[in-house]
Design a protein around this ligand. Structure first.
Ligand SMILES: [Zn+2]
Length: 313
């Protein structure tokens, strides 16, 4: 709510980095952080931080401080307070209530196996497409005791021009189906939280990993349902390991070194090289300040490769 009292600068761009506190930051995290940071800072924009701990069972205690210390050690400068999704249940609930009142969300008591067992159940880009078993519900109808809440996706094709990957188009009805906003276990979903938070933080330019490109049309549909402005999107290539897996806690990604500038600078250099920025070789042995100065002076999003994934080396 701080932003309301600040001077209104409508043209100012706002970017963000939003790690989940499931493990220490790795090279893939550094790539996403650096890409969003450079994109915001080289256009006079603000760069914000958000902790995506809406999925509380997956969050590791103490990991938020570990991640913030690492970002600080690497010289990232963020604006304002760090938003934590775990503290925002009330606003997510209020948003869900407004969607329910508009007839855009309905309770669903189906289990995963019930959904998969529906004759003719089709697979979409994110698992089995929900067959609409509970979709006849209308505001005022009884609500089952334990229910998830699903978003009633609109028909038509959602399109955007990704700043790195070009034209993206998706039919939500045919490729995704009505997706959960609140899970039956009481956790709000990533799709709802990310949209509510991007709107609350005034994010204008989303720069993040290509593993989320398929989520963008869902988020656009929610933004439009909530009357918000759709941001621009740029999906960075994802760092993969030798086995072709995305770096993550699940694939045992190596944490980036935090202590010692002589260890951090080559890692940051590697992230810039991965982003196609072609940093001069001698900067591998520069100071962190010098490397950032070079990166801020030379950042070009047009140089970022548009492939979906590439090995770190
Ligand atoms: Zn259902």
């Amino acid at each position: 709510m701080n932003s309301v009292s600040e001077p209104v600068t409508l043209s100012r761009r706002v970017g963000r980095f939003a790690p989940s506190p499931t493990g220490p930051l790795h090279l893939g995290s550094l790539v996403a952080a650096a890409g969003s940071y450079l994109d915001a800072r080289t256009t006079g924009g603000q760069w914000l931080l958000r902790i995506e701990d809406v999925d509380r069972p997956r969050s590791v205690p103490g990991m938020v401080d570990t991640q913030l210390s690492a970002l600080d050690a690497y010289g990232f400068e963020w604006a304002g307070e760090v938003l934590r999704q775990s503290e925002r249940s009330a606003i997510y609930q209020a948003t869900l209530d407004s969607l329910i009142a508009q007839g855009l969300a309905y309770p669903c008591h189906c289990t995963r196996s019930q959904i998969a067992g529906v004759p003719g159940a089709r697979r979409g880009i994110d698992g089995v497409i929900y067959p609409g078993t509970c979709a006849a519900w209308a505001p005022g109808d009884p609500v089952p005791a334990t229910a998830a809440w699903r978003f009633r996706v609109p028909g038509g094709i959602f399109r955007f021009r990704d700043r790195i990957r070009g034209h993206i188009a998706q039919n939500l009805v045919d490729e995704v189906g009505d997706f959960p906003l609140l899970r039956a276990d009481g956790c709000f979903t990533y799709q709802l939280a990310v949209v509510v938070d991007d709107l609350a933080q005034g994010v204008t330019d989303i720069v993040r990993g290509a593993d989320l490109v398929d989520s963008s049309p869902r988020q656009m549909a929610l933004i439009q349902a909530l009357g918000g402005a759709v941001p621009t999107y740029a999906h960075l290539p994802v760092v993969i390991n030798a086995a072709g897996e995305k770096l993550s806690k699940q694939t045992r990604a190596e944490p980036i070194p935090v202590d010692g500038e002589a260890q951090r600078v080559p890692m940051l250099w590697q992230a810039l090289a991965f982003l196609g920025q072609q940093p001069p070789a001698e900067l591998r042995r520069s100071t962190q300040r010098e490397l950032w100065a070079w990166a801020l002076a030379h950042w070009q999003i047009a140089r970022v490769p548009g492939g979906s994934g590439a090995p770190a080396a």
